[in-house]
Design a protein around this ligand. Sequence first.
Ligand SMILES: *Cc1c(COP(=O)(O)O)cnc(C)c1O
Length: 293
Amino acid sequence: MSAPVSEEQERSTTTEMPSVSLKVDPARARTLLENISQINGRIEQTCKAQAISKPIRLVAVSKLKPATDILALHENPRHLHFGENYLQELVQKSRLLPKTIRWHFIGGLQSNKCQQLARDVPNLWAVESVDSEKKLKLLNQGRGQRDISAEGDLSAEEKLRVFVQVNTSGEVSKSGVEPMSDELKSLCVYARDKCENLHLQGLMTIGAIARSKATTAETENEDFRSLRENRKWVADELAIGESELELSMGMSEDFEGAIAQGSDEVRVGSTIFGERPPKSEAKILEDTEEGKS
Ligand SMILES: *Cc1c(COP(=O)(O)O)cnc(C)c1O
């Protein structure tokens, strides 16, 4: 069902301005711009070398980085997709930054935070770290409760995309469901059939660091191969085409190899934004902006 026209019109005239004005440092903006265009260039080169013609989505992972870094990339090259790992940080950033940003939640996800995440970040585009039915249920509920009254660009019917995280490396420290397990299948079926506000977008893996460090565009990474095999398995089990499920895999160290092995989306942080500060020292607003209006 589509929303009545009068409601749409009302919505588009309401503009929510951030209460703090964010000042982007031009030198910092230039650095970030240069970094992201280098990544885009490397993605393009890899696609060319591998004869890949589909578009690859670049999620700029901005966790623990200030809101102005995100604004710099969203304002000028109009980069859209940003990834965050921590709920409170994402909620705060989403309030400060334009609603045209497409947020990805990629971090470890606690069940008791799911509803708030989906409800309080109206322009949340995807949650990539889903590994239980309970989380799907709560994300679905939260998405239904979000306030879209001030949004001009998201339709009320837009579903929240979810990726099921697969623990392809089997490390105890990693979340995600077991590869080719009943659980993986039942989560995918549940997301597809029981969650009217969610869309099953695909599968995600992080993978082992050692394998990631050894990955080049020419070598094969076992985690990436596993995720691809899992997609085939899920598609067969659900009787859908493989092309209906995306693969989210590849980070700063290994995104070229991930693309060569079939990734649809890479999540790159430190190569764009530089090393991250410890969580205790991370700031959403830089000192100079505090108290300014
Ligand atoms: C932090 C993070 C990334 C980005 O890692 P970099 O090595 O900085 O590119 C990607 N994916 C997930 C799930 C992350 O937590």
